[in-house]
Design a binder for this molecule. Structure first.
Ligand code: KIV
Length: 286
C-alpha cells in the first residue's frame, strides 16, 4: 500500500512550503482529480496538487462547485494520492462539509486525511472561519484557507467577479489574511483579487499565498489543470493561459481511429491475435 512506502526524496510537506517563501522561490500548484493526471502532474515536478472542488465543474459538469459531495472528493483524493509521490496533496472540503459544527468539520477533514490520503485540507472563507481553522490546526490538520472569490459563495455573490476592488474591500481582505495566518493556516489561496492587493497580502503575511487570477507576486501559482491543457468548455477567465489543446488532440485521435475502423485499416493483423499453424490445420482453417 502506497502509504507504507518511504517518501520519495524531496517529498513536499509544510516546512518545504515555508522555506520556499523565505528563499523567495516560487512554487507551483495544479489541480488533479484522478490517478493518471496526478501522475503526470507529479512527475512534471509540480509542488502541490489540489484535489479541488472544481471537480464539480471540470469532471462532473455540475456548472459550479455547490453539489460536490464528500464521497466524490474522497474518491478523487484516493486516486490522486496513489498517483502522487512528491507533491503535497491538498484536498478541498466541499460545500456543506464544514458549515454545520466544528466537530463535524473535524470529522470530515480527518476522513479526507485518513482515507483520502490528503496531507492538508482547504476551505473557503475569511474571518468567519478563523475559529474553525484554529480548531482544525489544533487537531493536527494542516489548513489552506481561501479568500477573494470563493466559488462556494456563488449564489450569495451572484456570479464570479473580482473581489477587493475598493479600498474598504481590499483592507478587509488583508485583515482576513492576517487573521487566518494567526489562526494557523499555512497558506491562503487568493482568487480573483487585484494584483496590488495580492502583493500587499503576500508581503504582509509570513505564510504562503497561492494565487489564481491574483497577479505575479503570490508565492505559489495555481491553475485548474484542465484549463491549462485545453480540456474545458466555454469562455475562459482572463488569467487562464492555455498551453496545450488536448481537446483538439483527443478529437483528432478519435476521428482518425473512427476512420480506420470504417475503412478496415484497424485492427491490422499485428493488432489482433491468431491461431497457431497447428491449430489451424486441426480446424481445417486457412
Ligand atoms: O477547486 C479549485 O480548483 C480551487 C482552485 C481554483 C484554487 O479552489
Amino acid at each position: 500500500m502506497a502509504y507504507l512506502q518511504p517518501d520519495k526524496e524531496g517529498k513536499v510537506y509544510l516546512p518545504a512550503i515555508s522555506a520556499a517563501k523565505e528563499r523567495g522561490e516560487k512554487l507551483i500548484c495544479l489541480t488533479a482529480y484522478d490517478y493518471p493526471t496526478a501522475r503526470i502532474v507529479d512527475e512534471a515536478g509540480v509542488d502541490m496538487i489540489l484535489v479541488g472542488d472544481s471537480i464539480g465543474n471540470v469532471i462532473h459538469g455540475y456548472g459550479n462547485t455547490i453539489p460536490v459531495s464528500i464521497d466524490e472528493i474522497l474518491s478523487a483524493c484516493i486516486a490522486v494520492k496513489r498517483g502522487t509521490e512528491r507533491a503535497m496533496v491538498v484536498c478541498d472540503m466541499p460545500f456543506g462539509t464544514y458549515h454545520i459544527s466544528e466537530n463535524e468539520s473535524v470529522k470530515n477533514a480527518l476522513r479526507l486525511m485518513k482515507y483520502g490520503g490528503a496531507e492538508a485540507v482547504k476551505l473557503e472563507g475569511g474571518r468567519n472561519r478563523v475559529d474553525l481553522v484554529r480548531r482544525l490546526v489544533d487537531e493536527e490538520i494542516p489548513v489552506v484557507a481561501h479568500i477573494g472569490l470563493t466559488p462556494q459563495s456563488v449564489y450569495k455573490m451572484g456570479g464570479y467577479r473580482v473581489q477587493g476592488r475598493t479600498a474598504e474591500q481590499a483592507k478587509r481582505l488583508i485583515e482576513d489574511a492576517k487573521l487566518l495566518e494567526e489562526a494557523g493556516a499555512f497558506a491562503i489561496v487568493l482568487e480573483l483579487v487585484p494584483r496590488e492587493v495580492a502583493a500587499m497580502i503576500t508581503e504582509e503575511i509570513s505564510i504562503s499565498t497561492i494565487g489564481i487570477g491574483a497577479g505575479a507576486e503570490c508565492d505559489i501559482q495555481v491553475l485548474v489543470l484542465h484549463d491549462l491543457v485545453g480540456m474545458t468548455f466555454g469562455r475562459q477567465p482572463r488569467f487562464v493561459r492555455q498551453y496545450a489543446n488536448l481537446r483538439q488532440v483527443m478529437t483528432e485521435a478519435i476521428q482518425s481511429w473512427t476512420a480506420d475502423v470504417k475503412s478496415g485499416a484497424y485492427p491490422s493483423v499485428e493488432e489482433s491475435y491468431g491461431l497457431t499453424e497447428e491449430t489451424k490445420k486441426e480446424m481445417g482453417a486457412s
